[in-house]
Ligand binder design. Structure first.
Ligand SMILES: [Zn+2]
Length: 330
């Protein structure tokens, strides 16, 4: 039986998903790994893959596609760019996986882009032709899908919505080296920072926040009627809606999906976000659906598997197998 694998590549571990070609997740397993830069480390990966396959009465030859999602840029042609957060020899790892899975088409996908493809394959965007996923986490990642294809870009920066400039007057510098990026206001770090700033400006003692990305405490404060939390979350919605309105002018998606940790509070901020989007958007596209993503932290694992499967189908001139099931809401 044909199998498909999706691998979330992290700094100290990988998360492996074994799928049917129709997108049913058969098993998910986390494997601790050393830095993926030498043969010993690649063997930890390939041995782990073989163990999972064996547990499902499968052999490596059954795997027809294997996708890897990584926290960094991947261009349209599959070239991996600079990875600031993990150590990875992409070429060496692909070589080792190709040797271990001789029938598999292998693909690298940026993690936010992969999350978008996951939602297309088995999530809430199933059936949508064009949509944009924005992941509000430690940073702000995004994936743009047009005509059911990812827009990765010539340099792998396609869909870097987190680095759209939304405030030319900002003096603080973003992680990308520029100033006034959406990520500075709509990431978990941005929301917590804006909350603490509002408290200071109003001479109010803030609620206790556990760490620099503890948006949970900010949203709890908001629910309890904290005015500074309301100002901070409204600002987040404002910058986010403003950026989404610009994206709509280029992509005109059928839907925006909000994912990532901050989107855990989607129900709380969605009405304000929709209201502000309507204010900023071109009238033609102001009624776009704005919904929560559905696959949680499994989305990228689904999506990189899907992209490898799609590449295989394309190279063979075959249609892509339709997803049999839409995964349960996470
Ligand atoms: Zn930036």
């Amino acid at each position: 039986m044909d199998k498909v694998i999706g691998i979330d590549v992290g700094g100290t571990s990988i998360k492996v998903g074994l799928f049917s070609p129709k997108g049913e997740l058969l098993e998910e397993r986390k494997i601790p790994t050393p830095a993926l830069v030498d043969e010993d480390a690649y063997r930890v990966v390939t041995d782990g893959l073989v163990r999972i396959l064996t547990a499902h009465d499968s052999v490596p030859e059954d795997v027809i596609a294997c996708g890897l999602d990584i926290p960094g840029p991947v261009a349209d042609d599959g070239t991996v760019g600079f990875l600031p957060n993990i150590q990875l020899d992409a070429e060496g790892l692909v070589h080792a996986i190709s040797a271990a899975l001789p029938s598999a088409t292998i693909a690298f996908v940026n993690d936010a882009n992969a999350a978008a493809l996951g939602e297309l394959w088995a999530g809430v965007a199933h059936g949508a032709s064009s949509f944009v996923l924005i992941a509000l986490g430690t940073g702000v990642g995004a994936g743009v899908v047009v005509n059911r294809r990812l827009v990765a870009g010539a340099f792998g920066a396609g869909g870097e919505i987190g680095h759209i400039t939304v405030n030319k007057g900002e003096t603080r510098t973003c992680g990308c080296g520029r100033k006034g990026c959406l990520e500075q206001y709509a990431s978990a770090k941005g929301v917590v920072r804006m909350y603490l700033e509002e408290c200071e400006a109003h001479g109010v003692t803030p609620v206790h926040v556990e760490h620099a990305t503890d948006t949970l405490s900010v949203f709890r404060a908001l629910a309890a009627g904290d005015d500074c939390a309301k100002i901070a979350v409204d600002k987040m919605c404002d910058y986010l809606a403003f950026a989404m309105a610009q994206v709509s002018c280029v992509v005109d998606p059928a839907m925006f999906l909000l994912g990532g940790g901050v989107a855990g509070a989607f129900a709380t901020f969605a009405p304000e976000l929709r209201r502000r989007f309507q204010q900023y958007a071109l009238p033609t596209c102001k009624d776009v659906a704005i919904e929560a993503a559905s696959l949680g932290n499994q989305a990228a694992m689904y999506g990189c598997a899907y992209e490898a499967l799609r590449l295989r189908a394309e190279s063979l001139g075959q249609p892509l197998p339709a997803a049999a099931v839409v995964a349960e809401q996470q």
